[in-house]
Write a protein that binds this ligand. Structure first.
Ligand SMILES: Cc1cc2nc3c(=O)[nH]c(=O)nc-3n(C[C@H](O)[C@H](O)[C@H](O)COP(=O)(O)OP(=O)(O)OC[C@H]3O[C@@H](n4cnc5c(N)ncnc54)[C@H](O)[C@@H]3O)c2cc1C
Length: 287
């Protein structure tokens, strides 16, 4: 299939992109890496009147340490983030998650902002952002605003972004010596979207884990925090009994969707397997 006819404009600056989007009355889409958008156009799942290309906007393509937070510009390519020494040092969970996002050729074009703005429920980066307690910086005609990751993801491919706004950057707390991370996913083939995945973060205090955040993806309409399972792990050492209780708590935390790829029972079982593996990772010291 071919896309429905559309106009194309290359933005010269973020201000120019916002002007172009503003003039289109909600009938424009931002073009970032195009890895998801172009497929959606070709399948006619999306038929915008105008594409506003933000490739080449240098101020959206930076990785900076901003106090105790790492800021990644929306147009940072997923492959560039994966190789960035700053991301490796300050946000290792993002690096771990990115290695599961599609394939290298797609990550060479796909952007950090594109994945967050798309908000696919089976995608790694949205869950990662929630697990890290990150935030999203949004640029609009009235200026910039910041939204916490948990509030940004609203539902199936639905976010807090309004028509005419551009996701400018994401910010995550920089890793400290006490930070612990865990990641795991089941996919049919490496590089496929996850059947079930889990991103986790915690703070180690002696042999105890605190501020535990367990965020599943592929199980709901958006990243899902397993709060009851978190409570079973919070404040204690890694013990079989705690893990068992935490896995049982998933019955309250998760209500996985059923589809052609996996039944609800299979997804629930896989979530428990991942939880055990990932909490074990959280308990290991960082090298
Ligand atoms: C074969 C294949 C396998 C894939 N597997 C995975 C996978 O396993 N996990 C995974 O997470 N992803 C996967 N992807 C998706 C890939 O990661 C995409 O790169 C990503 O979802 C979108 O990034 P993009 O930069 O290409 O965005 P685009 O395709 O350009 O845009 C996607 C959407 O976000 C909007 N958008 C983009 N940037 C902004 C912005 N800055 N501000 C506002 N709106 C914006 C666009 O308007 C569009 O609606 C896969 C893609 C393919 C083709």
């Amino acid at each position: 299939m071919k896309p429905a006819p559309f106009c194309y404009a290359k933005a010269r600056s973020l201000k120019h992109a916002l002007e172009l989007l503003g003039q289109a009355n909600g009938e424009a889409r931002v073009l970032a890496g195009g890895q998801s958008l172009i497929a959606a156009l070709n399948l006619r799942l999306s038929s915008p009147r105008l594409l506003v290309d933000i490739n080449g906007l240098a101020d959206l393509d930076t990785i900076d340490l901003d106090g105790d937070r790492l800021a990644l510009g929306a147009m940072v390519r997923q492959a560039a983030a994966e190789r960035s020494p700053a991301v490796i040092e300050h946000a290792p969970l993002i690096v771990q998650a990115l290695s599961h996002v599609a394939h290298p050729a797609i990550r060479n074009r796909g952007t950090i902002g594109g994945s967050i703005a798309l908000a696919d429920p089976a995608a790694e980066l949205p869950a990662c952002l929630v697990a890290l307690g990150g935030e999203v910086e949004i640029a609009g005609s009235a200026g910039r605003r910041r939204v916490g990751a948990e509030d940004f993801f609203k539902g199936l491919y639905e976010t807090d972004l309004e028509p005419g706004e551009v996701l400018a950057a994401v910010r995550v707390p920089s890793a400290t010596r006490a930070s612990r991370y865990g990641f795991g996913e089941f996919a049919r083939r490496k590089g496929d979207y996850a059947l079930v995945g889990l991103c986790a973060a915690a703070r180690a205090s002696g042999d105890k884990l605190q501020d535990v955040r367990l965020v599943f993806f592929g199980v709901g309409l958006k990243p899902v925090r397993a709060r009851k399972a978190e409570a079973e792990i919070e404040g204690g050492p890694f013990e079989e009994g705690r893990i068992r209780k935490s896995i049982s708590a998933l019955a309250d935390d998760l209500d996985p969707l059923e589809d052609i790829q996996a039944s609800k029972a299979l997804r629930t079982h896989l979530a428990g397997v991942l939880l055990k593996r990932v909490v074990q990772q959280l308990s290991e010291s960082r090298s």
